[in-house]
Design a protein around this ligand. Structure first.
Ligand code: SF4
Length: 255
């Protein structure tokens, strides 16, 4: 075996944090969810803060991962589901996801990527396009200054990539976290609507901010900077839902 073959094989090891065999929140139907380690963002509210730093993972080839997934196929396929790669952010391990999704499609398994879409490498998107049945993309903030404050990165490549995927007819779902004082302001909601008018997408899912992952920050000794922010009221979430529905969009409020 040549050195380059060995290198290629080793670079195709995925860094897997954990699995969820019967997920109902990460895409259509019942999903086998694979949480990949690593994320280019540092969202102040991250509920999977233990998956960001490439520190806590198990290495696996795409074939090994498929072997774990296959026994669940009868369950998720009969419930119109499939496999979702999440994290962290799978956009950090594009080659691994491409090879894993290729295997899924060969085995007639529906593929979904749950991502921020923060990458400056169009080639990665290009390779993911034919093997990804559904893109679930989190929209964080439309004011770049606030986006940087909230996530640590600019929103420019994210918005550009979404336009690119939309032009390439990718099936898109958006996720939008309702974070009081940050993403529920009228200026940001207006910017959200203006952006949505420029892309083709299927639905937008609203996720009310919660603090369920907060304990992980404490456990890791990380300062949680959103102390004092309470989850939005159901009433305010419904108002946002109605506003988006009036724009003609299909909206799901994940209560
Ligand atoms: S993109 Fe997701 S995983 Fe990454 S920091 Fe933000 S919330 Fe956490």
């Amino acid at each position: 075996m040549s050195i380059s073959t060995i290198k290629n094989q080793s670079s195709l090891l995925g860094r897997i944090h954990s699995f969820e065999s019967f997920g109902t929140l990460d895409g259509p139907g019942l999903r086998f969810v694979v949480f990949l380690e690593g994320c280019p963002l540092r969202c102040l509210y991250c509920h999977n803060v233990d998956m960001l730093d490439m520190k806590n993972y198990k290495e696996m080839t795409p074939q090994e991962l498929l072997k774990i997934v296959l026994p669940y196929k009868p369950y998720f396929n009969s419930a119109k589901g499939g496999v979702t790669v999440s994290g962290g952010d799978p956009i950090m391990q594009p080659r691994f996801v491409v090879e894993f999704f290729k295997l899924c499609q060969k085995n007639k398994i529906h593929t979904t990527i749950d991502t921020s879409c923060f990458t400056t490498n169009k080639e990665h998107l290009e390779q993911l396009l034919p093997v990804t049945d559904l893109w679930m993309i989190s929209l964080k903030h439309f004011d770049d200054k606030k986006h940087r404050a909230l996530t640590g990165v600019t929103n420019a490549p994210i918005l550009e990539n979404i336009h690119y995927l939309s032009k390439r007819k990718a099936r898109l779902w958006f996720r939008y976290l309702i974070l009081p004082g940050w993403t529920d302001t009228w200026s940001n909601l207006r910017a959200l609507c203006a952006f949505l008018r420029t892309v083709d997408f299927e639905l937008i899912e609203l996720l009310p901010y919660h603090t369920h992952g907060r304990f992980k920050w404490d456990k890791l000794g990380l300062p949680y900077k959103l102390n004092g922010i309470k989850p939005p009221t159901l009433n305010s979430c419904h108002k946002i839902k109605e506003m988006l529905k009036k724009e003609g969009y299909k909206v799901i409020l994940n209560e």
